[in-house]
Design a protein around this ligand. Structure first.
Ligand SMILES: C[S@@+](CC[C@H](N)C(=O)[O-])C[C@H]1O[C@@H](n2cnc3c(N)ncnc32)[C@H](O)[C@@H]1O
Length: 228
């Protein structure tokens, strides 16, 4: 899965960047996700699976010039785009690494005091083998009173859901690596829903305060959790 995801996002980095930045409504969602991180000027935030870096400017806005933004992704071509887009911001660091074993606490801790105030992951947990386990690790990574925020697309539960879900299902089938339906042993949209449910549920269990929102016709779920 990791290899095919890297191959997929590597090949489609330029197109993905366009979709990630220009899809109608996406800028508003990214701004909301960054705000849900409850950051203060000077804070440190880590984005897991940052892709081409579409969230990074919103996170930088929240922490200001004295704060630190760290983006982590394991796909080199998307990281190159993220690095190019943030080259002028010396407090934004883009690192190659696995979001389930994030390379934080090493080089980054010299740029900060090692404390991480928030973790953000948008459209990533559905690609992980153990999404709930990753959420546990991210909750452990943020300090006391830290925040973890997840945003993910899953089937809508709204009353107008059937046509929306039909379109959503087609998009998932076409955009899930390896992108050839015959190679799947189970339906990717069902598997995706299960992973997203598990990740958001684990964050709700771990957090002492939770905020849940839906966006884009109920297809995008945003959950923010404040840790003890
Ligand atoms: C759908 S894209 C989302 C990118 C970005 N978060 C956004 O909202 O535009 C998923 C990204 O997660 C990355 N990714 C998936 N699994 C990962 C892992 N285990 N470690 C690091 N990056 C991962 C992929 O390389 C890809 O760039």
């Amino acid at each position: 899965m990791a290899e095919s995801a890297q191959e997929f996002y590597g090949r489609w980095a330029r197109l993905y960047d366009l979709i990630a930045r220009e899809t109608p409504g996406i800028a508003r969602l990214r701004r909301r996700a960054a705000a849900a991180c409850r950051l203060e000027p000077g804070d440190t935030v880590v984005e897991m699976g940052c892709g081409t870096g579409a969230n990074l400017p919103y996170l930088r806005e929240q922490v200001g010039p004295a704060g630190t933004v760290i983006g982590i992704d394991f796909t080199r071509p998307v990281l190159e785009r993220a690095r190019a887009a943030t080259a002028a911001d010396d407090n934004v660091h883009v690192l190659q690494g696995d979001a389930t074993r994030p390379p934080v606490g090493e080089p980054v801790s010299t740029a900060t005091d090692g404390a991480i105030d928030a973790v953000l992951a948008t459209f990533v947990v559905g690609m992980l083998a153990d999404p709930a386990g990753a959420v546990d690790d991210w909750c452990d990574l943020v300090g006391p009173d830290g925040t973890v925020v997840l945003a993910n697309a899953a089937r809508s539960e709204a009353w107008y859901a059937p046509p929306v879900n039909a379109v959503f299902r087609a998009i998932v089938v076409l955009s899930t690596p390896p992108t050839a339906k015959l190679r799947y042993t189970d339906a990717p949209h069902v598997r995706l829903d299960e992973k997203i449910d598990a990740a958001h549920a684990r964050l709700r269990e771990r957090a002492v305060a939770v905020a849940d929102e839906t966006h884009v016709l109920g297809v995008v779920r945003l959950t923010g959790g404040r840790l003890e």
